[in-house]
Design a protein around this ligand. Structure first.
Ligand code: AMP
Ligand code: MG
Length: 318
């Protein structure tokens, strides 16, 4: 029997019993549990196979809930929260003592956001505890953007995937931390740098592992298909280099070539980066099931959400 259901009351019952439920968000599906339950949090790490040094994002239902979990909010964090919540922006802020070390991997800061999905907002506002919810995929695998992706991964491990349809944004949240009150992007994501800078001015980016002792989760290889995958700006050359192999192509716009076995176009309407982001992970899931020798992915334009898509493709091809 399928574990996919729209039954929000069942989700509430399970979460109150400190069980895990996969929840829809606008970014990707999350594997959610009560942040105050040690059993639930341990189960999240165990189910995902996620190393304990990789802290979890806490999801809250309204800005009033923020006060209970963080001890200090810099001015620019307030402006960002006002501009982008609910939405795909995570803020890393000094934590209050009641936030368990298990959530933050022992760090003195906690990552927090308000997701923008009606069903999950309703769920959060009906619970009297926040939810820790990392992406609902095994560690290092492709993130899930449909309830079916989650079911494929975890049907034997959890009782319920709350079905909220396909994720509208399709890429994880942008993560921003603060060093001496100055904002720094730790992870590129569904909120573009350009839109962030329109609110708070210039922002630095520190999203490479070697410059990032503060965000241990930003591993170089991540979001990866099992099939060998490469990223290139020159599709034509790459196809030539791998001729004779069973090639799967992932391209931004329509591309005509006879020598590929399988092709997915990310923007059918042409040059739409939002459309490409929403389709990215489903495309990788599909390509990975096609029994290909190699996936050749095209580098997208390097601005707006294109930058975040390229970041994911780089980590998928490491
Ligand atoms: P995921 O839950 O899979 O979207 O990954 C959560 C990301 O948030 C990881 O890359 C973590 O490194 C990052 N993160 C969570 N908490 C913190 C924190 N306190 N400081 C820095 N990064 C964090
Ligand atoms: Mg993840």
């Amino acid at each position: 029997m399928s574990i996919i259901s729209k039954d929000i009351n069942k989700a509430i019952t399970l979460l109150k019993a400190n069980k895990l439920v996969a929840i829809p968000t606008e970014t990707v599906y999350g594997l959610a549990g009560n942040i105050f339950s040690e059993d639930a949090i341990r189960a999240i790490f165990q189910t995902k196979g996620r190393p304990h040094f990789n802290p979890l994002i806490v999801h809250i239902g309204s800005t009033e809930d923020l006060e209970a979990i963080v001890s200090y909010v810099p001015e620019k964090a307030k402006r960002l929260a006002e501009a982008f919540w609910p939405g795909p922006l995570t803020l890393v802020l000094p934590k209050k003592d009641l936030i368990p070390d298990l959530i933050t991997s022992g760090k003195s800061t906690v990552a927090v956001r308000i997701p923008n999905h009606p069903l999950t907002l309703e769920l959060l506002n009906k619970l009297d505890f926040p939810l820790a919810a990392p992406s609902a995929n095994p560690f290092n695998r492709i993130s899930p953007t449909t309830a079916e992706h989650v079911e494929g991964y975890f049907k034997d491990d959890i009782e319920l995937v709350l079905d909220g349809g396909p994720c509208k944004k399709g890429i994880e949240s942008t993560i921003i931390g603060f060093e001496d009150d100055e904002p720094i992007i730790y992870r590129l994501g569904s909120t573009s740098i350009e839109s962030i800078e329109s609110v708070i001015g210039h922002i630095k980016i520190k999203n490479k592992n070697n410059e990032l002792p503060s965000a241990p989760g930003m591993l170089d290889r991540h979001y990866a298909p099992i099939t060998k995958t490469i990223l290139t700006a020159n599709i034509k050359n790459a196809i030539k280099n791998y001729s004779g192999l069973k090639i799967g192509l992932l391209v931004f716009n329509e591309y005509l070539d006879d020598d590929v076995s399988f092709k997915i176009v990310l923007s059918n309407t042409g040059n739409d980066l939002d459309e490409a982001a929403a389709k990215l992970y489903d495309a990788l899931h599909t390509l990975d099931k096609e029994d290909l020798d190699i996936i050749i992915a095209e580098r997208l334009p390097d601005y707006g959400i294109g930058k975040s898509i390229n970041d994911r493709l780089e980590r998928a091809t490491k």
